[in-house]
Design a protein around this ligand. Sequence first.
Ligand SMILES: Cc1cc2nc3c(=O)[nH]c(=O)nc-3n(C[C@H](O)[C@H](O)[C@H](O)COP(=O)(O)O)c2cc1C
Length: 342
Amino acid sequence: MTSDPGSALQHRKRRHIDVCLTEAVDYQTVTTGLERFRLPYNALTQTDLDSVDLSTEFLGCRLRAPVLIGAMTGGAALSGIINRNLAAAAQQLGIGMMLGSQRVMIDDADAAASFDVRGVAPDVLLIGNIGLAQLQTSMTPGLAAALDRVGANGLAVHTNPLQEAMQHNGDTDFSGSIARLCDVAGEIGYPVMLKEVGHGIGAAAAAQLVDCPVAAVDVAGAGGTSWARIEQFVRYGEVRYPALAEWGIPTAEALTGVRRLLPDMPLVASGGIRTGMDAAKALAMGAQVVAIARPLLAPAVESVDAVVDWLQRFLEELLVCLHGSGASDVAALRGLGVTELT
Ligand SMILES: Cc1cc2nc3c(=O)[nH]c(=O)nc-3n(C[C@H](O)[C@H](O)[C@H](O)COP(=O)(O)O)c2cc1C
């Protein structure tokens, strides 16, 4: 594929998409850790599969299933197509969606069109996005305007020190970033969710959030897409530092670590969530919802139907997981817990 003309940022975003579509960008040795747990199976379930209820609530919005499309893109022309296909699928299925970083939209008003999805997704829970490394308290009004413009229900702030460190000219100064996050979260007038990009928010980071007014945390753990790997492909054309590409807190460990430190915090489980069974385990371990990013990229380049097909298979498996574990709804699943394999 060739790159779109436009700003360096748009060009980089396009390179990310191309690399994600053509290279092996998953962790090669690290897994989510979810395979170490079993969802309890109940041969005497009293549920009727046709009546199992996947609906839930997240950030004040009702969802037909506890699933979000993960933050991916915006800016480049192709991003507009991807975002609209994802959003239309989310609308059909009644699930939520995170937009990719809106930094490009703050720098360049023309890029805003690629984030305009409300026309095809009037009812979805829509979460805007910005990088913690770029976040300044002075940006709050511009950021609020960007969220207003796309009709977002909330803002995800992604923290990505490893990704930025692997990136040519990345933003590597994270000093003072917790204070800026807390300031923006307290001021912006939208619920703010902190997320990683696939290297994991674990117990150490959660301990630093105890007094921060964030509304949710997406652990975005290791075991799925490795952004340290993607950035090395983009920068060097190869993985020069494999140990850094494999670094992160596996999703299951991130989830249990954050849940322990922040018992009441709404949590998103993401990073390598690939099946309905992965989702069921993550929900039983205390997540409110799960999010899926890269598996939806190729379908989103193709069509709305391709995205819906992928997600429908996922949701069908999740439904059977609830039924077979004796959970008639998501709240019952959350109460089940999981069995650790020895
Ligand atoms: C093409 C692509 C672009 C992404 N862009 C963003 C972004 O702009 N902001 C963000 O917070 N996360 C971004 N992510 C990270 C995902 O939201 C997610 O945290 C990560 O890919 C791990 O989930 P996965 O294993 O399901 O892919 C991107 C992921 C992909 C695949």
